[in-house]
Design a protein. Structure first.
Length: 145
């Protein structure tokens, strides 16, 4: 199963070890799913992980952030975006997640964005789910197998 996660999910995973977002990263670490990213998504991850108020919470140095992102990059599918997507008029920066999900042929886009992405429900047949809904769907698929 291939999944695109947005920035708020990754940040929540880093900051909250008991969270559904962290469970998603644990599944990735256990190679039970594949994460897909694009270069613009990685750039946003790095920028947000280095925000001073976020750094105060996770306590990572710039080197530790780079190592984390390098490990994430190494173990994930990195896709090139050849066709831009223009769907989220209110926040066009969210389009990069939809474009990545489409280019990666993702099975899901996982987000906490209640304003722009979650209301779409799906994009080009790719479900857009909260972290909790994704974990519940993943567990149900395991039980059905």
């Amino acid at each position: 199963m291939r999944v695109v996660i947005d920035t708020n999910v990754l940040i929540s995973a880093v900051l909250s070890p008991a969270s559904y977002p962290h469970q998603i990263l644990t599944l990735w670490e256990q190679r039970q799913l594949e994460l897909a990213f694009s270069k613009p998504i990685f750039a946003e991850f790095k920028r947000v992980l280095l925000y001073p108020h976020i750094q105060r919470i996770h306590g990572w140095s710039g080197e530790r952030v780079d190592t984390y992102l390098r490990d994430l990059h190494f173990g994930s599918k990195i896709v090139a975006i050849h066709a831009p997507v223009h769907v989220v008029q209110a926040d066009p920066t969210d389009d990069k997640f939809l474009a990545c999900a489409l280019a990666a042929q993702a099975d899901a886009l996982v987000t906490g964005d209640k304003q722009h992405l979650l209301p779409l429900g799906s994009f080009e047949g790719i479900p857009i789910l909260t972290p909790k809904a994704f974990i519940e769907r993943f567990e149900a698929q395991l039980q059905a197998a």
